[in-house]
Design a protein around this ligand. Structure first.
Ligand code: UDP
Length: 358
């Protein structure tokens, strides 16, 4: 072949074309497509990669939440796939674990997560007279909630001066955030999602890996730890888990954004305890908040406010870990035989005396 007087062999042309095609594919796959294929959320604060925290990495991260690394020679009892709890179901139909006493090894789990140096944020609202529950909540959390891990509790209250002083172990701290008081408990309950979303956006993004949002009128009785960690974590309500789903107190009016029809839904989850990775809880809070606001525009308030919206959300967006009712029992309820240990429970309270309205 003659080109500008040069004598180029066909085999050279073919090689050049192949080289160009190769360059094109390399660029297309590794630079263009990778931003979609590996669009993982920002790395947790403890992540070992050198990527800046708020940048989407363009390579697969190696030490992310899914990588469960144990210390060498860690001693623990042998796991079995044929012996274990037979009185409860420990996995959902979408294959998320349901956490019950006897289904996990705390030594093993703690060893895995200790290495990751995770930071756990907690939100708790103590508005109006609910401030009276805060001391017991904080004191029992010190004894049982993620003991020896980094925990940062954010208290939202209209009475910052009444926040009790509680001794906290190293690595654990408390921050008070002022919020306005309200004449309606429904509004206090409903506003939580908005404030959780803002906290994640403004404060936690750079500091925390996981977040748990808990009711203040509650207390810890025994371990609540690393076994509860997951992407999106829901707790099964102790009042309904033996019932047919037709009896669950979901929002049943189709006009509401929290609507769940009869014959639909999985479990009835608590509004008083939920959590997971920051990015998952951010999505949940954002969605529940905007659905709540949309309902308000249409003059409708879901039967159980944020709990109804949370249940609708968790039905569509399945939790990746489900905590059994051990993780939110009710003190007025005798313990059922399958509940071997109560970890966290709602205290007995006189609604008429503590709520701003009936
Ligand atoms: N709450 C509050 N002040 C109120 C009402 C509610 O701080 O006057 C917060 C508090 O954190 C409480 C949560 O909202 O734990 C849920 O409210 P409540 O316990 O009354 O609802 P329940 O679970 O009893 O339906």
């Amino acid at each position: 072949m003659q080109m500008n007087g040069m004598n180029i062999k066909p085999v050279t042309v073919i090689l050049l074309v192949l080289l160009l095609v190769g360059f094109y594919y390399y660029y297309y796959y590794y630079y263009y497509l990778s931003q979609y294929r590996f669009n993982v959320p920002p790395c947790p604060t403890s992540c070992s990669t050198s990527e800046p925290k708020d940048r989407v990495p363009d390579v697969i991260p190696t030490d992310y939440v899914f990588h469960l690394k144990t210390p060498d020679h860690l001693q623990y009892s042998q796991p079995s796939i044929v012996k274990g709890r037979t009185d409860v179901v420990a996995v959902t139909p979408w294959l998320a674990p349901i956490v019950w006493e006897g289904t996990f090894n705390p030594v093993l789990l703690d060893s895995i997560y200790k290495q990751k140096k995770i930071n756990i944020a907690v939100t708790v609202f103590a508005v109006g007279k609910y401030i009276m529950f805060l001391k017991n909540f904080l004191e029992t959390a010190e004894k049982h909630f993620f003991v020896s891990f980094n925990v940062h509790i954010y208290v939202f209250t209209d009475r910052p001066k009444e926040v009790p002083k509680v001794n906290m172990a190293p690595g654990r701290q408390l921050t008070v955030r002022s919020v306005p008081s309200s004449n309606r408990w429904q509004e206090i309950s409903a506003r939580r999602m908005e404030l959780i979303q803002k906290l994640i956006e403004e404060q936690l993004r750079k500091h925390s890996d996981y977040i748990f949002c808990l009711d203040v009128d509650s207390q810890f009785h025994s371990r609540w730890g690393t076994e509860s960690l997951g992407g999106l974590v829901a707790v099964i309500h102790p009042g309904y888990y033996l019932d047919d789903r037709g009896k669950f107190p979901y929002e049943r009016r189709p006009e509401s954004r929290a609507y769940v029809a009869h014959g639909e839904g999985d479990f009835y989850y608590c509004g008083g305890a939920f959590g997971g990775l920051l990015q998952e809880v951010f999505l949940l809070a954002n969605t529940c908040r905007s659905n709540f606001e949309e309902d308000a525009k249409n003059g409708i308030e879901a039967a159980w406010q944020e709990e109804s919206h949370l249940n609708r959300y968790m039905w569509i967006n399945k939790p990746s870990k489900v905590l059994s009712p051990e993780y939110l029992w009710q003190d007025f309820k005798p313990r059922n035989p399958e509940v071997k240990t109560i970890r966290f429970s709602g205290v007995i309270k006189n609604y008429a005396a503590i709520r701003p309205n009936v």
